[in-house]
Design a protein around this ligand. Structure first.
Ligand SMILES: Nc1ncnc2c1ncn2[C@@H]1O[C@H](COP(=O)(O)OP(=O)(O)OP(=O)(O)O)[C@@H](O)[C@H]1O
Length: 941
């Protein structure tokens, strides 16, 4: 809940109990409702700022989110303001802060509510009407119908569905026009005749009965005709008949010469005559003429209006006759009327309009200020009227020019704010040439109805609705600012935005103490317009909290006090006493010119004093604001630099981490690469050693890259990069770069070497052919040997059998034959052996040759050291005898068995194979002489 809304374009300073915030949202929100008050949702979210009842007031101080919305929003005047003495003393002309004091409730702005009955059309439509409940003469309860926006908001928990409002007086649908007049305007007429100025304005949603209330229909004359009749009845016999005094400017009177008087008479007669003619001519017709604004044409539905207005009349004794007993003695009254409208923020004189049948652009009137800064409508037509009837005819003439149009809600809707003013000149006829001592005014303003722009289907209607809503919104802002100034007296007064719209500017005087205002709020009971009605009532609730501005009399009393005690201005308390005792009925015109000049001097000094006071105050405030701002700025600066430092450290740490991670990954990657290369080199070295039979006892290859000092290895906290960078010298960088280059060169060299070694390891093509031939021959030799072994075994068997036969002395011839056969066989075998031996020699020679070739190849630098020895071909086992252990065991055994005399057994004993035994036996016996066939002879045992 917030206490107040201050206007300060383009946003608003919203004062909450817990602080003051500048917001544009509130402005936007308040713009959303044409009357300038908050909508239900805003109300739910921000509470109802016009609420003053205790149950809502009790919530002040709680935060919004802690607030549980009461079931009913109670909105009532509730502002029992009785100005303090100090406030009274401080009341200066032009500053609206308080009422005139001492009059209690009479100081409050009167707000009347009128509820119209349902029209025939609405009854036919079956309009729901249970949402408006009059509780008593002053209280009204609104209950949101189920289809309304308000009910939807209430269901969402952001607004109340029931609202209670209080008014000065509530008038139900059955209220008669006469009763309404008696309760509202009758007193105003009396005040005007006493010399006061009064304003009555109607406010409400479109089609709520505003025009009906002011002008009336048929026999039901509205407030204005009744007021005119009442006025002239009171003035009976007291009218100032001459036309030589005319109201001008804000509330000045100008004396006209004879020519001007004649011109005024002609104008008035022409107007009245034209009106009479038009009434007869236009009865039943319609007329169209250019509005003068961008060529838009306005259609006036005059027919209905004229028919009705023509027949508007008062019942014979509807107004009680009151004589002139209340009027000032010896004063006569001259009555002048004007009628103008504010249409789309332009002012048009409704009495200066051209004849309806001659379309012509209407002249736009300008608003000006007089010397005192009071606004007035320049060049406005004022017509002197001598009776209520004449006034009514002038009003009718003006209504022809008024902007009406048919809308979806009202077939004859006012599209402008119209203001009918009656100025009464209080004339002292016995004075020289007649002198108007005072001018009072009664203004009746029929405001156009607020309406939803989106409901308008016509572009022109949309524009009108927009302008109507804007001006009504400005009126709402002015009222809210006035209320703020009245309720927050300890704070500096807000500027009331009267200048923001034409409407508020022309009505300004009535809100600033140069008169009083009363408001009539019109509503219709239809549920279909509930949401708009609620907004209108919320606006009216603010107005009910207003008190009237200081009256003219108070200002006179203030001046009088200054004159009586010129030096008392420096002491407020003295002034207050004077004010309390002063005669409020004092009239400044009682003073002679000397006294007035003195008063002016005093006022000048007072103005000067106040100006100086304000300047000092301004300087102090500026100084305070400056020092506070400097404090705030230095605090912000400090905070900012701290934040900056923290951010910097944070960023550096983050990037340090990133760099470290990167370094680690790089290091891991290069170490892996180095290890792989080293492994490759080792494998190649081992292969070379294996090939060459020489150990390449080289030192372990150095890693291609020296240990990568890329950071991240150091234990403990490392200084920040920025610090390291600061300490890093250019020399270190170049050293690291040189090391890197060296590593690269080494890597290149090693790679080339590897390639070379790989090339060498590939055996030459011709060595393959030699090896293959040797293998083939070896295979042949082995096959022969196997055959030989078989033959020998068979021979041995034969020999054994021969021996056995010899032992048994069985057939010498047969034995001899066997021996001969054996000799042949042995000879053959010897020959085979010789051949085999030759073959082996050839193979050996071949192998040696191969070994030499390999040795030659192995001598190639740089690896042509030990690995290039002939031993490099030992794989085949065909070379050196000293390397016999490399031979397969069965082969060695075979050679030993072949050459027993050269291959003694390990224990020195000759081995006893069948063949050796045979040889031995033959060596012991004389060798048989070869026979004629060259065969050995076999000796007898
Ligand atoms: N108290 C009432 N008794 C009977 N009929 C009424 C009463 N008030 C209004 N009406 C009727 O309601 C209708 C609308 O009234 P009116 O034109 O005065 O509304 P309005 O508020 O001036 O609308 P707008 O703002 O659009 O000009 C008219 O037909 C009028 O006769």
């Amino acid at each position: 809940m917030f206490n107040s809304v201050e206007h300060n374009a383009p946003g608003l300073w919203v004062r909450f109990p817990w602080g003051t915030y500048f917001t544009q949202k509130v402005m936007a929100l308040s713009m959303a409702s044409p009357c300038g008050v908050l909508s239900d949702e805003e109300e739910g979210g921000m509470a109802v700022f016009e609420s003053t009842a205790a149950d809502i007031g009790g919530l002040v101080g709680q935060r919004l989110n802690e607030v549980t919305l009461p079931e009913i929003s109670i909105i009532s005047p509730g502002l029992e303001h009785r100005p303090s003495i100090r406030e009274k003393a401080l009341a200066k002309p032009g500053v609206i802060r308080q009422g005139s004091g001492g009059e209690g409730n009479t100081d409050k702005v009167k707000v009347f509510l009128r509820i119209r009955p349902l029209t025939e059309g609405e009854k036919e439509r079956g309009e729901e009407q249970g949402c408006v409940c009059v509780q008593n003469e002053e209280s009204l309860m609104l209950k949101a119908p189920k289809d309304s926006q308000n009910m939807k908001s209430a269901e969402r928990g952001v607004a109340q569905s029931m609202h209670k409002f209080s008014f000065s007086q509530i008038f139900g649908p059955e209220t008669k026009q006469q009763d309404f007049f008696e309760s509202t305007m009758k007193e105003m007429v009396r005040d005007v005749l006493r010399g006061e100025s009064r304003l009555l304005y109607t406010y409400g949603v479109t089609n709520s009965g505003k025009t009906y209330t002011i002008q009336g229909v048929g026999r039901e004359a509205g407030l204005l005709p009744r007021a005119l009749v009442s006025l002239f009845r009171k003035l009976q016999g007291r009218l100032y008949g001459a036309m030589n005094l005319k109201p001008v400017l804000h509330q000045e009177v100008r004396q006209l010469d004879a020519g001007e008087v004649r011109a005024e008479e002609i104008r008035r007669d022409a107007l009245l005559k034209e009106e009479d003619d038009m009434t007869s001519r236009m009865r039943g017709g319609t007329s169209t003429w250019d509005s003068g604004i961008g060529g838009h044409s306005i259609t006036s539905h005059i027919a209905t209006q004229l028919e009705d207005s023509d027949s508007v009349c008062l019942e014979p004794d509807s107004l009680s006759h009151s004589g002139g007993e209340e009027l000032e003695e010896g004063v006569q009254f001259s009555v002048w009327v004007s009628f103008y409208e504010i249409y789309n923020e332009f002012l048009y004189d409704l009495l200066e309009a051209p004849p309806c049948l001659q379309p012509k652009k209407r002249a736009i009137l300008r608003l000006s200020d007089d010397k005192q800064g009071n606004p007035y409508v320049k060049d406005l037509t004022w017509v002197q009227v001598r009776s209520a009837e004449e006034a009514w005819r002038v009003l009718r003439a003006g209504r022809r020019n008024q902007s009406f149009a048919s809308t979806h809600l009202n077939h004859n809707s006012s599209r402008s704010h119209s203001i009918f003013s009656t100025r009464i000149l209080h004339v002292h006829p016995e004075a020289n040439q007649g002198q108007a001592t005072r001018v009072s005014e009664l203004s009746v303003c029929d405001l156009a109805g607020s309406e939803r722009c989106k409901d308008q289907r016509n572009e022109e209607r949309m524009k009108e609705a927009n302008n109507i809503n804007t001006s009504l919104h400005t009126l709402g802002r002015c009222i809210a600012a006035l209320r703020h100034n009245q309720t927050n007296k300890s704070r500096p007064p807000q500027v009331v935005p009267f200048r923001d719209s034409k409407l508020t500017r022309v009505l300004q005087g009535f809100f600033c103490g140069r008169g009083r205002s009363s408001m009539v709020v019109n509503i219709n009971p239809c549920a279909s317009t509930y949401d708009e009605t609620l907004q209108a009532l919320k606006f009216s609730a603010i107005v009910t909290q207003l008190v009237h501005g200081p009256s003219t009399k108070t200002r006179v009393a203030y001046i009088l006090s200054l004159l009586r005690e010129p030096r008392s201005h420096s002491n407020d308390s003295t002034l207050i006493e004077e004010d309390e005792d002063s005669d409020e009925d004092g009239d400044i015109t009682m003073f002679d010119s000397d006294a007035l000049l003195r008063a002016i001097e005093v006022l000048k000094r007072e103005v000067q004093r106040q100006r100086e006071e304000k300047e000092v105050l301004e300087a102090t405030v500026r100084e305070q604001v400056f020092s506070e701002m400097m404090e705030v700025i230095s605090g912000m600066e400090k905070d900012f630099s701290q934040t900056l430092e923290t951010e910097k450290a944070l960023m550096e740490e983050r990037f340090e981490d990133k760099i470290n991670n990167l370094q680690k990954s790089l290091k891991r990657y290069y170490n892996q690469e180095i290890e792989e290369r080293d492994e490759q080199i080792e494998a190649l070295t081992a292969a070379l050693e294996k090939k060459g039979g020489v150990s390449l006892a080289e030192p372990a290859p150095l890693p291609l890259f020296p240990p990568l000092a890329l950071g991240g290895e150091a234990e403990g906290p490392t200084p920040r990069r920025s610090q390291r960078l600061a300490s890093t010298t250019t020399g270190e960088l170049s050293r690291v770069r040189a090391e890197l280059d060296q590593c690269r060169a080494e890597l290149l060299e090693k790679t080339q070497e590897l390639r070379r070694v790989q090339g060498q390891l590939t055996p030459p093509e011709h060595s393959d052919a030699l090896t293959n031939a040797a293998d083939r021959k070896l295979g042949e030799g082995q096959r022969n040997l196997r055959q030989l072994r078989l033959d020998l075994q068979r021979l041995g068997l034969n020999l054994q059998s021969g021996e056995r036969a010899c032992c048994r002395n069985t057939g010498g011839e047969r034995l001899r034959h066997a021996l001969t056969t054996a000799d042949h066989t042995l000879a053959k075998q010897d020959q085979t052996l010789v051949e085999l031996q030759n073959g082996l020699l050839l193979v050996k020679a071949d192998l040696r040759r191969k070994a030499e070739t390999l040795a030659q190849m192995g001598q190639m630098p740089p690896c042509g050291s030990a690995s290039a020895t002939p031993g490099s071909c030992q794989k085949r086992g065909c070379g050196a005898a000293g390397n016999a252990e490399n031979q397969p065991p069965e082969k060695r055994h075979f050679f030993r068995s072949l050459f027993p005399q050269h291959t003694p057994s390990r224990n020195g004993q000759p081995q006893t194979t069948p063949y050796s035994r045979i040889l031995r036996s033959r060596q012991q016996s004389p060798p048989p002489s070869p026979g004629p066939s060259g065969r050995y002879r076999v000796t007898k045992c």
